[in-house]
Design a protein around this ligand. Sequence first.
Ligand SMILES: Cc1ncc(COP(=O)(O)O)c(C=O)c1O
Length: 458
Amino acid sequence: MHLPHIPPYKTKVVEPVYFRTRAERTAKIEEVHYNLFNLHSDWVIVDMMTDSGTGAMSEQQWAEIMLGDESYAGSESYFKLIRSVQHIMGFEFVAPTHQGRAAENILFSAVVKEGDLIPGNAHFDTTKGHIEFRKATAIDCTILEAFDTTIIHPFKGNIDLDKLERVIKEHGREKIPFINITVTCNTVGGQPVSLKNIQETIALAKTYDIPVYMDIARYAENAYFIKTREAAYADWTIQEIVTAMFKDVAVVWMSAKKDGLVNIGGFIALNDAALYEKLSQFTIIYEGFITYGGMSGRAMGALSEGLKEAIELDYLHDRIEQVHYLGAQLKKYGIPIQEPIGGHALYIDARKMLPYVPLDQYPAQVLGVEAYIEGGVRGVEIGTLLADRDPITGLDRIPELELLRLAVPRRVYSLQHMDYVAVTLAKIMERRDNIRTGFNIKKQAAILRHFTVELSKI
Ligand SMILES: Cc1ncc(COP(=O)(O)O)c(C=O)c1O
């Protein structure tokens, strides 16, 4: 008999959860115009809106909060962060930023110009936004398997090398300042990239003399998938895999709110002194002095520790097991999810789960609202509301997938919470024949409408 798996931590501080009745939740969601972003968090029972900045810190990280050196320049907490990044990632220069998109702002200010192309895999929406803001274009070269939720492929985040080479040949390397690899791919379901694919992408880029940059928000989870899904690396340590992932990568940037295990923070890391100097100018304009760049000393200290904890095998095993446990429960109830299950979230295919809701009535938002009413579970729509309108026609862009994402915060919830979430969805599944209408838009902003949109029930 095997001892069952248990988390490699225990609880020291607790945060209350408030229970409201179904009738109270039904009235509340109508009051906030069916927009889940408008809910106060104390009206939510299990909050799965995002895994970004929502994790629980360890006692060592809280100790770093107390030890935080808040000196404007040259704080000890900054040097702790530098040492962690140098040791784990092998980059000499580190530019702290307040979060991931600030790193994108600084980096792209230095290297992206109008007319440029940035090929890569499933660019995150802020990445794409910062590229398009500079009148450049992100070209998605993710393998096609990523866009079919039923295809089983261990590395759905992989780059299609033929497509990448066609893009380079067609447009010329002069237009391409860098190739962008995202690990893991948030936008296609937390899907990882294999080490083989990373190495082949770097080799291809080298033949055209193009540098490779990496968006490493969830790099530790990606390394875990390499260890567990890519046979050649089964015996490697996570640190060895991380070292191999970053070998020959010119620049990495990180939203530390994910695998940095902190509530706020980010950074850019690189070995090129000249580029670091250029970045420093933008850090000073946009973020703050180069030794804090938008982070407090205590936040840098907590991040220096979080980076070490996030590559511990026990932690990663527990993290991925929890996400997969929820996936298995959902499957048990016949709920259609993106497979294989990725690193940080479950993605429910709303078109399949609610087949009677017309496509132009926002089925994934309908599912999100139903999950809130049924059990106080808050997810987020990754569908037509998020895809927004075509800037030329003003009509809704219909994305390939209409998903409700249930993201799992790190070290926050128990398996009991996962059971609760699965039963909430199962109860919606039971009554899905009666869910036949969705929403009209009452009010929407010019861009990024999903955050503030107001909806009415049809
Ligand atoms: C892959 C990826 N890159 C960049 C970002 C942007 O980071 P932030 O939210 O810290 O600005 C995110 C955030 O979710 C992300 O998932």
